[in-house]
Design a protein around this ligand. Structure first.
Ligand SMILES: *[C@@H]1O[C@H](CO)[C@@H](O)[C@H](O)[C@H]1NC(C)=O
Ligand SMILES: *[C@@H]1O[C@H](CO)[C@@H](O)[C@H](O)[C@H]1NC(C)=O
Ligand SMILES: *[C@@H]1O[C@H](CO)[C@@H](O)[C@H](O)[C@H]1NC(C)=O
Ligand SMILES: *[C@@H]1O[C@H](CO)[C@@H](O)[C@H](O)[C@H]1NC(C)=O
Length: 352
């Protein structure tokens, strides 16, 4: 081989590191995306597609777009981003899958003593992403060797936010997980990942913060330099995430969408300077909508009606979750706020 073809084949074989990011709905790496899986009843009658349609948002999508395919497809944003998990790669990859309602094949039991928190950390030596979501029994463990969407998550609305971060940010992210106290049902933390991220090892072992304060907020900067604010609480915090902290921290009224079909739901709360309002109906803009009730929606997000804050997380507003770990990821990104702000169609007034 001459020098040139050597060089060429080396270039072809060279697998770039640091390519682990969130992927968008058209297969391109993106800094962040949000997927809003729509409730089943909003879609067409076709049984095969029932409850698998979604809306997609990133900073270049120009607002909500119809999902490229079905949420169960491994070529859409969520499936494509999680793909490295299901390829038999080496210890160059580290991951944590956590969910208080783990997937059935993982062998873990639902746990209400752990945080009410669901997500994925996936990283290589350069960086990776944090996916925060509301989806029960998701995603499948790496050993299942294929991406899939659980039947238990078809009926109701669900939200997922994925943000790409450089490696150093995972120090702060892993510290947040010592507050949210996740149930980790699958992980890989080989090579020097465990030394680099001691908190992740602790989290995998089921360790959590041992002394107050019982809440922690950190600023995280994405690959492209966008600023996110992570809010995390441990169960001992003993108060609602939204009325007991977030509303004051963001300095604005908040409209909160959460799962309303459980006991001990907290009503809208106007006892502070800023108000926390429970969303009752969501409507996507345009004639085709769709629109749906909070009773059909398991997703968890909030938006400040007059300021550019929007958050996607994993906590509801109810009595039980005052005493559980969990959190939310907020940002003041125009593209994010402009997409969420108009979604709120109706909310519960205070003193109802
Ligand atoms: C990866 O491949 C090795 C060797 O073929 C095998 O032992 C292991 O179970 C595989 N792991 C996964 C997650 O498929
Ligand atoms: C409003 O929220 C605060 C903080 O969570 C809580 O202490 C208070 O009891 C709530 N008020 C009502 C009327 O629910
Ligand atoms: C924890 O929450 C309280 C509000 O309940 C807030 O005043 C305080 O600043 C938060 N602590 C941290 C470390 O963020
Ligand atoms: C939402 O709930 C209300 C009251 O329960 C009901 O009257 C209405 O038809 C529902 N709307 C949708 C879009 O499901």
């Amino acid at each position: 081989m001459d020098a040139l073809s050597l060089l060429l084949s080396a270039a072809l074989l060279w697998v770039p590191v640091g390519t682990l990011t969130c992927y968008g709905d058209s297969g391109q790496p993106v800094d962040w995306f949000v997927v809003y899986k729509l409730p089943a009843h909003t879609g067409p009658g076709d049984a095969a597609q029932r409850g698998l349609r979604y809306k997609y948002l990133d900073e270049d999508s120009g607002g909500w777009r119809d999902g490229a395919g079905l949420i169960s497809s491994s070529t859409g944003a969520v499936g494509r981003s999680l793909l490295p998990l299901y390829r038999n790669t080496t210890s160059q990859l580290a991951f944590l899958l956590y969910n208080d309602q783990p997937p059935r094949p993982s062998g873990s039991q639902d746990s209400s003593s752990r945080g009410h928190t669901k997500g994925v950390l996936l990283l290589d030596q350069e960086g990776g992403f944090w996916l925060i979501h509301s989806v029960p029994n998701f995603p499948p463990p790496a050993s299942s060797a294929a991406y899939s969407w659980p039947p238990s998550a078809r009926n109701y609305g669900q939200t997922l936010i994925c943000v790409s971060f450089p490696l150093t940010q995972f120090l702060d992210i892993s510290r947040q997980l010592t507050y949210t106290y996740p149930l980790v049902y699958d992980h890989r933390l080989e090579g020097d990942f465990a030394q680099k991220f001691p908190h992740l090892e602790e989290v995998v072992k089921g360790h959590h913060v041992r002394q107050g304060p019982w809440n922690s907020s950190v600023t995280l900067t994405s690959n492209k330099g966008h600023v996110f604010q992570s809010f995390a609480k441990f169960g001992n915090f003993g108060d609602d995430l939204y009325s007991g902290w977030l509303v004051e921290a963001l300095g604005s009224d908040l409209q909160v969408q959460f799962w309303q079909r459980s006991s001990g739901i907290l009503p809208s709360n106007c006892s502070g300077v800023q108000h926390v309002l429970d969303v009752t109906q969501t409507a996507f803009p345009g004639l085709a909508g769709p629109a749906f009730n909070a009773t059909e929606d398991h997703s968890k997000w909030c938006v400040a009606p007059e300021r550019p804050w929007a958050c996607v997380g994993d906590m509801n507003r109810n009595k039980r979750e005052e005493h559980r770990g969990g959190g939310t990821l907020c940002a003041q990104l125009p593209a994010l706020w402009k997409a969420f702000q108009p979604l709120v169609k109706a909310w519960e007034p205070c003193g109802k």
